[in-house]
Design a protein around this ligand. Structure first.
Ligand code: ADP
Length: 212
């Protein structure tokens, strides 16, 4: 069976718990393809996006090891929309190709693409059969990211302002995982969705047209 007959897109705002949720799906047997990890590997030393990044932005955007200077790039794209677009034009097609290649060789029961900005991206929305959103109140998101990344509330709010709203992610969702409470509340929700996705992926193996 081709796993791409049926693919889930997993999304959620920063700090909502996407990574925590993705790890639990993976533990149950799903193949998780994490586009954040792919983006990171493309821009590490020797990463396949580095020659294009250096050609577009200059050698000063690579650090001594040859990896992208993330702090410098973050500063640039935060204040320069054109630079952000140029960076995305380099990264997005490469992320898509690497993600699809990883999915094509995945051995799990079905594929979950973890895509932080899925709702913002028309192409990812088209590529998945179903969207699951990890949801929590904004105040909880802010507290988690302040604790995890050592950022100020203002810095977290600035990141959130560049993402879709909580309501937009809920509107786009076929399934919602509530991660506003204790982490132990996740397991039963994920087990239920895993059973559903297994059932749909089995159906899609025999009749792909019905599930896309
Ligand atoms: P994302 O990948 O969406 O940014 P993470 O899964 O990394 O989110 O979660 C953000 C932070 O909050 C991490 O430090 C994680 O351990 C923690 N976290 C996730 N879910 C919960 C929860 N239900 N209760 C408390 N902390 C949580």
């Amino acid at each position: 069976m081709s796993p791409l007959n049926f693919a889930i897109g997993l999304t959620g705002g920063i700090g909502s718990g996407k990574t925590t949720v993705a790890d639990q799906f993976a533990a149950l047997g799903a193949s998780v393809v994490d586009t954040d990890q792919i983006a990171h590997s493309l821009t590490t030393a020797g990463g396949s996006a580095m020659p294009a990044i250096i050609a577009a932005f200059g050698a000063e955007f690579a650090d001594a090891s040859g990896a992208m200077d993330r702090a410098r790039m973050r500063q640039l794209v935060f204040s320069d929309a054109g630079a952000k677009q140029r960076l995305e034009a380099i990264l997005h097609p490469r992320i898509r190709d690497a993600a699809l290649a990883a999915a094509a060789t995945a051995s799990g029961n079905y594929v979950i693409f973890a895509v932080p900005l899925l709702v913002e991206s028309g192409t990812w929305r088209q590529r998945v059969s179903r969207i699951v959103t990890v949801d929590c109140p904004e105040s909880v998101q802010i507290a988690r990211v302040m604790a995890r990344n050592g950022l100020t509330e203002q810095q977290v709010r600035a990141i959130m302002a560049n993402q879709a709203s909580r309501q937009q992610r809920l509107d786009a969702a076929d399934d919602v995982i509530d991660n506003g409470g204790d982490v132990t509340a996740l397991a039963p929700q994920i087990a239920r969705l895993h059973d559903l996705y297994l059932a749909i992926s089995k159906r899609s193996a025999t009749n792909p047209a019905q599930c896309l």
